[in-house]
Structure formats: C-alpha cells, structure tokens
Design a protein around this ligand. Structure first.
Ligand SMILES: NC(=O)c1ccc[n+]([C@@H]2O[C@H](COP(=O)([O-])OP(=O)(O)OC[C@H]3O[C@@H](n4cnc5c(N)ncnc54)[C@H](OP(=O)(O)O)[C@@H]3O)[C@@H](O)[C@H]2O)c1
Length: 259
C-alpha cells in the first residue's frame, strides 16, 4: 500500500533541533545524518571535535559540533548551554547514544574499566536526561529523549559483564524517566540494537567468533545502519506521540533466538 502524504508528514522534523551524543562515529553519526535529512538541526556531541567538524561539513546543513565528555556533569551543562547559545533555543530531541564496551569476562573485569563503562553508558544517560529535562521544564517546553540501549541489556551475554549490566540499567532508566517525565510532556523511549558493525565491535565481528555469531542471528546478518532509520524517525517525531517507556529492539530476530 502506498503511504499517504500524511504518513510522510508525521516524520517531518523541519524546524526541530536534535542533540546527539556519541556523534563522532558509528550509530551516532548515522542518527545525526538521518535526523538532519528529515529536516532537523543537529547538535553533534562527543570528545573528538575534529570528527564532529568533519560530520558537520558532510551534513552541510544546520549542524553544531560540541566537544563534550558525557561522563562529566560540568561538561554536560556547558555542552547544552553552548548549543543554546549557538542557536537560541534548547534542543527538542535528545539522543543519548554515547557508549563504550569492555569485552572482558566477569572474572577478569578490572575496576577502572568497569567504572568507565558504567560512567559512559549508564550515568551519562542519567545526567544528560536530567540536565535536559530540567531545562525543558523550566522553559515550559515538551521534549523527546531516545536512549540507546542494546539487546545485551535484555539477553544474557558472555564476555561483557559490565556492558550488559549498564545497558540493562539504561532500559530500566528509560522506563522510570518516562514515568516521571510524562506529566511534563517529555517522552522517553529506547532503541535496543542488535549487532551493527562500528568501532565498538568491528574487531569482534570480523573474528571467527563474530562470524559464527552472525550466522546464529535468525536473519543471518548484522544490521545495516539504514535499518535504524525508521525507528529513530518514529521515536523522534510526533508519529510516536503516544509512545513513552517503550524499548524497541532492532536485531534481525536475535532476541528470538536462544543461541
Ligand atoms: N554497534 C552495535 O552493534 C551496537 C549494538 C547495541 C548498542 N550499541 C550502542 O550504540 C551506541 C553507539 O555505539 P557505536 O556502535 O556507534 O560505537 P562507536 O562507533 O564506538 O561510537 C561510540 C561513540 O560514543 C562516543 N563516546 C564514548 N565515550 C564518550 C564520552 N566519555 N563522552 C562523549 N562521547 C563518548 C564516541 O565518541 P568520542 O570517542 O569522540 O568521544 C563515539 O562517538 C553505544 O551506546 C552502543 O553501546 C551499539
């Protein structure tokens, strides 16, 4: 069936502002391009400013690079304020995407790396969402938060003890944030991707173990970045106006498999 023009209009983000953390590579850079292609102005946040500048040049639209460490509360406040100063308004959409992995089994995991995983993947989502939501509430403005979780936060996964636990925390935070913020017209949902080749995992995915894992995914492949376009546009736009607290898995059926 051919979609009606109204269906396309629902995904139009013209005039909206989206702030994406972890935009210097992988999924975050792709989310920024997708939201920009739908008409949004984008704030590109990460530590590697040269990468963000390159992406802003590639997008060739309204894109503001913001050097920011998401584990640092002061940097978060400064990053959001810098975006406001640059464009004269708060973002309408926050994508909490920055994340790191620690491919270490539970018995071998070290305290410093475990702390880094939780600070980047979990605490940053807490701090970013809180800083953003307070600004929206003070301004009397509705907002949308999209947290990037993982199927590792849902299914048991060997060799990534802290990563999997941090993503389970993101899922639960998404639900509690949704519960507390709905009265302020702030919607909070999460995407739980399966395997997509990026800097975080390409070493593993190219290994014999990684290739064997991909064969066990019901759709027999890793995700293409384009596979995420529909869900990011759905959650960012008014097309999901009555969705909050939802966790959307995009994994080629991986969670359906018990292997
Ligand atoms: N790829 C997958 O298969 C997969 C599956 C499920 C979930 N995810 C999630 O998707 C998200 C994006 O990961 P990716 O796969 O695209 O990996 P990636 O290419 O390694 O990207 C990670 C991003 O996070 C940023 N980042 C890391 N630490 C940061 C910090 N302290 N402050 C600010 N930014 C920081 C990095 O930028 P800088 O280094 O420049 O700061 C980079 O832009 C992560 O949350 C990941 O857990 C990925």
């Amino acid at each position: 069936m051919t979609p009606t023009p109204q269906v396309f209009d629902a995904f139009n983000l013209a005039g909206k502002h989206a702030f994406i953390t972890g935009a210097s590579s992988g999924l975050g850079a792709h989310f920024a391009k997708t939201l920009s292609a739908a008409g949004a102005h984008v704030g590109l946040a990460a530590r590697r400013l040269n990468r963000l500048q390159d992406l802003a040049d590639e997008i060739n639209g309204a894109a503001i690079p913001i050097a920011m460490d998401v584990t640092d509360q002061t940097a978060i406040e400064q990053g959001l304020n810098a975006y406001f100063q640059a464009v004269g308004q708060w973002p309408d959409i926050l994508v909490n995407n920055a994340g790191i992995a620690d491919p270490t089994g539970f018995l071998d995991a070290q305290e410093d790396q475990t702390d880094a995983v939780f600070a980047t993947n979990q605490k940053s989502v807490f701090m970013m969402a809180q800083a953003m939501a307070k600004r929206w509430i003070d301004a009397g403005k509705p907002g949308v938060i999209i947290n990037i979780a993982s199927i590792a936060g849902i299914r048991a996964m060997g060799g990534a003890a802290s990563y999997a636990a941090s993503k389970a925390a993101v899922i639960q935070m998404t639900k509690t944030q949704a519960l507390e913020l709905a009265r302020h017209q702030i919607r909070v949902n999460a995407i739980a991707p399966g395997y997509f080749s990026t800097e975080i995992n390409q070493g593993f995915l190219n290994s014999p173990q990684g290739e064997a894992l991909i064969k066990r995914i019901p759709m027999r492949r890793a995700g293409d970045y384009q596979d995420l376009n529909g869900v990011i546009l759905l959650l960012a736009s008014d097309a999901s106006a009555f969705m909050t607290g939802s966790i959307v898995t995009i994994d080629g059926g991986h969670l359906c498999s018990s292997l």
